[in-house]
Design a protein around this ligand. Sequence first.
Ligand code: AVI
Length: 318
Amino acid sequence: MSTTTAPNTAFAHDVVEGLSGEKKHLSSKYFYDDNGSRIFMQIMKMPEYYPTGCEFEILSQQSQDILKKLCFEERFDIVEFGSGDGVKTKQLLTTFLRNQADFTYVPIDISQEALDALQENITATLPNIKMTPKTGDYFEILDELAKSDTPKLFLFLGGNIGNYKPEEALDLLKKFHKGMNKGDMLLMGMDLRKNPRVIQTAYDDPHGITKAFNINLLKRINNELDADIALDQFDFYSNYNPENGEVNSYLVSLKKQHFHSTVLNTTFHFEKDELIWTELSKKYSLNEINNVAEEAGFSVVHNFMDCKHYFTDSLWVK
Ligand code: AVI
């Protein structure tokens, strides 16, 4: 890196910080701009990317069993963090309504646009649902919700917890715990350890879609920070380590090169074969799930798994 001016967005700041040190990194949270979200939709449709289908199977076939395990005697709220398009959640909501459960659905997202689309999608199929979407930061809303004594089922689906480093995941779960009342429950989507080849192929797909998902990070830098990265001069590499359950993904510089960002007024240098670490996707064993739940102050009530035991929606109670 050569010169720097003070960057004025979190993305700009993190690009400078991530591409300046010895070990280069860009956070996977920046995958999801409009284009990245579209690519992620494509990933979820790939036959190799099993988590989506597995969780859909669990929620479409076992939601009645999930309902039976809830310890609520009266009406309750279903609070969902990062609800996405709601396709999977709709399976659970439909079954709960069919079984006369008395609940209000409270999806939380930072994007008002995403919440509007979700509300339209859910109410089109479930016109009688009670729904109170909330826009904003998870933890501010969690603090506000903790003040009501209505029992709550929290949903954190999709296996998103796997994208946090173990210590960050624990920290996040402790924050959830702090914002919950005794008896509240949490349904956590978690991807399980399995045959390494299945995982390797899901994250290094033969169609190049996961590669495009990663290259999109560089596109964002070009577009948002007015940079001149030669996108075809970076490759993608992803590796599953069955010993620790971690998929780590990288962009790889194909030659010694540099790029310049006029917004940051900075030039970034890369050696040939230098890596940019982009994502962790951690796979858990059932033992690890028990341990992390306990460390965060929860008890595991039940693991709802798909027929192949690839994925679990793990139900926890505070
Ligand atoms: C969003 N998250 C749970 C995905 C995962 O499986 O870790 C993101 C992803 N990265 C590559 N493929 C999918």
